[in-house]
Design a protein around this ligand. Sequence first.
Ligand code: PRX
Length: 650
Amino acid sequence: MSKSVFKPNKEFAKTARIKNMCEYQALQEEAMEDYEGFWGRYAKEKLDWIEPFNEVMDESNFPFVKWFKDGKLNVAEQCIDRHLKTRKNKAAIIFEGDRGDKQIITYLELYYNVNRFANLLKKEFGVKKGDRVVIYMPMIPEAAYAMLACARIGAIHSIVFGGFSAEALRDRIEDADAKVVITADGAYRKDKPYMLKPVVDQALEGGSPVNKVLVVERNDEDITWVAGRDYSYNELIKSQEVHCEPEVMDSEDPLFLLYTSGSTGKPKGVQHNSAGYILWAQMTMEWVFDVKENDTYWCTADVGWITGHTYIVYGPLAMGATTVIFEGVPTYPDAGRPWKMVEEYKINQFYTAPTAIRVLHKMGEDEPAKYDLSSLKVLGTVGEPIDPPAWKWYYEEVGSSKCAIVDTYWQTETGGHIVSPLPGATPIKPACATLPLPGIMGEILDPVTGERVETGETGYMCVTRPWPSMIRGVWGDEERFVKSYFGDVKKNGKPIYFTGDGAVYDEDGYITITGRTDDVINVSGHRMGTAEIEAAIKKHPNVAEVAVVGKPHELKGEGIFAYVVLKSDDGVADEVEEVKAINNVIKKEIGNIALCDDIVFAPGLPKTRSGKIMRRILRSIAKGEAITQDISTLEDPSIVEKIENMVKSK
Ligand code: PRX
């Protein structure tokens, strides 16, 4: 079915960095003809090197690829120091707290704050190049300072999203063997304090590699201080010097780890390195958001996810932009909050997730009209497919039908956008990520033949050549890195990067992402492994078996649906209590973000004779679809009808 097409705003296109499709095609052709020349040119143009690189790309040990070999730089310097000549009094960060408190941090102030923070880590805590530092923080400027301070001294940060539980935090600390945790006492949400430090205390109980905890005092609630381990940032920072020599980093020295879900129970520590990551973060900021010198840009993500890394902190600061950090929730005190902020700060680019758009649409359909949103030029979405009604509202009511919507497709592993419209060039279609960005060899391939799929045929979304910001490894597990990303699809007999997503070309060659092909579900734009949720539920002593699937959800995109077989045969004594107990286990093991929307206590699970759970059947039942697959090969085909009836009667 052909979708409506919306051409770029002509006025906007006149001054855009990429002004039309001819320019896009010229760039993509340049990259195809001289791949290394293309990337080498941008690496020289965009980055300030302490020592130049000698080779653009070395793929001799694929998939362990090296970019900008022998080059030396420091990512914090890219994000701060080099702007001091021309932008020292420009706002680097605009912060708005949940309660409406505001701070503007100039590039010069950012330089001082980050250097003090870096000195604190180095001198008081003895953090050295290559050490892992876990950051478990709310959305406050200190989270950005912490990241950049690590980058400045060459420490590898690993941010754990503040919604994760103590157990999830403990696993990530242990996997990375981190020595230091940076946290806050807590922060504010919907005008009330919430706490983080007690979660850290719990995560460190019973022995941990961590010997120092730095606490930013944000909400001044009472917390427990462990002598010799816990230190107040607010106290220690006062005496730190404002200059800290940046560590000279190799292009391929690790910058950060970010744990993400895969199809097994254990999250993967995705590793990104210095030069390639920061180059693409900056280039995509410039191309996809087209941020200009006097613009104010706001991405509503959390720094705990990759979007917060690349498009709140590293990308905007690398290009010298003004980035907004917001502590609160977009629907508090009402669903007009983001639009009020757009009006107040004259936001030019606004970037959020479809789940937020759906909620804002549902709770405040008429709110955008109450504010002056005329400053907006580009609207972005990320994290999950956006549905056409939400897209339409966003385009018409928020963007007054004059702003491009950039539906950016990418992942933790890709470091930055890989498929996205360019706001001044690409004619857009609702809910369509459109075309690979210049330099990215994105293709939809048939997993069996490795050939490009025909129009309308679903295939696997792949990237056929390494690119600078691609994942460099899974922390501590080379084999998992190779198997997870380079094991499924081959092109011309050669393994290539497979994203895990299905996708389809339309008649214009545009790419629409159809969703994950593995057991990963996308809840409110957060990637959750079903195996991870199952492993948590299995910790409940009365659970014999469990299978988790995704089910379409009006606001969250996908909801979590669990089929649980209990150990006791006498049925479920109190279903409400049992559901509560299971959700409590999930809360403890992972956090509230993984709570189930539906739990069905099934008499058994549909399995093949070899014992494999037929998840496809469970997915169909959860969606209320008719079962079309052959169930005669199941160990007990009658189980399907029993479960279907239970779900229907719920
Ligand atoms: O399934 C795709 C979906 O989100 C996954 C990546 O999740 P994560 O690593 O947590 O990063 C989220 C932010 C980049 C992808 O494998 N996804 C991301 N962007 C889109 C998307 N699905 C459809 N359209 C998008 N624009």
